[in-house]
Ligand binder design. Sequence first.
Ligand code: GLY
Ligand code: MN
Ligand code: MN
Length: 436
Amino acid sequence: MIKMTEYAQRRKQLMKHLGTQGLVIIPAAPMANRSNDTFYPYRQHSDFYYLTGFAEPEAVLVLAPKRAAGEFVLFCRPRERAKEQWEGLRTGQDGARKKFGANQALPIADLAKHLPDLLEGREHIHCTLGVNKDFDEILLQAVKQIRGKIRSGLQSPVSFVDITPSIHEMRLCKSPAEIALIRKAIDISTHAHLRAMQLCKPGIYEYQLEAELLHEFYRQGARYPSYTSIVGSGANSCILHYVDNDQKINHRDLVLIDAGAEYQMYAADLTRTFPANGKFSAEQRAIYEIVLASQLAAIKTIKPGIAWPVMQQAIVKVITEGLLDVGLLKGNLKKLLETQAYLPFYMHKSGHWLGLDVHDMGRYKVQGKWRTLRPGMVFTVEPGIYISADIPHVPKRWHNIGIRIEDDVVVTKTGCEVLSKNLPKTVADIEAVMAG
Ligand code: GLY
Ligand code: MN
Ligand code: MN
């Protein structure tokens, strides 16, 4: 759990750069309609959550440095017996103050009424335009109202600044409490992957393995996956974000599972690939060993100060060497690397930041230069080789071998820790798990 003091610390840090002329205003994520009067499960916007810990919809956060009536204002839904009877309990204004530390809490229905007062005299509005269109409209209307009264001495804002890069910069290095939650999400996901590996047998359907993953997520208190689970067998293992999950798994297929639980808003993102019948064929094994070697080579490079693309460079070198060894690429290693001859087989990057979002926020390049790693950064390392049947000049025995191995790591002072180290990934360990 993340303590309220940590959220308060984050708000304080964000406000540091604002000066007294600035103001932060951020809406909660809108609810997403599914059909008629039913909605998709609500998930708070990660930036809003990062600054408040507040998970309810219909809320707006305002940070107004040095404001006499309070710097942290939370607009939220009021307690309302009749609504709560149908939809569940609400925090309400009292709760927003007592449990979430708001200096002032106001009913969301009064937002338009209060906004002009809050904005007046603030030169720079730091906001997240585009997250919630209804809110954007209310904000712009409030500014218009102030502009209409400048002859009475009111001062309207002179700039709208995108606050998201500042928040995302803060989100990039995880605190110990955040890492603990990511560990928990990974731990649950590890059990889920193991369960799917153990229960896989030729003849079942991909969605049946997906059901086993979700069963384990739910059972351990992770109500939602952090993204739609990918369960791809045979040719589907070569489709990077395959989510149909509706095919029968055949005896000689590989099964690629890319699935992670979301636990208390934090994501895991893990991929393992295994043979449906429990034993890798010679070709499957040869490709598997290349992917694994490339992943281990990338992980070995990780330490503070390393530039982001160094991992990808390690991966493409090992993959190109491996494809050359097994005869799927031909020619001179240096030339093949220069011409990116691996691209038909490996067409994505080494990984991505991981946190509140599975593809977590934060820039990879800053002012034209690749970012270098710092302790506390959490990301995935997920090389793969995908031999679709339509790649030219590939003998049939290699077709439909799609392999990705994805782990989650945290940068430490001297290197990194593989947070998902408990999920087996060598050929021998996977075959042992599948043999029960
Ligand atoms: N699960 C999506 C990814 O691995 O990036
Ligand atoms: Mn993944
Ligand atoms: Mn990933």
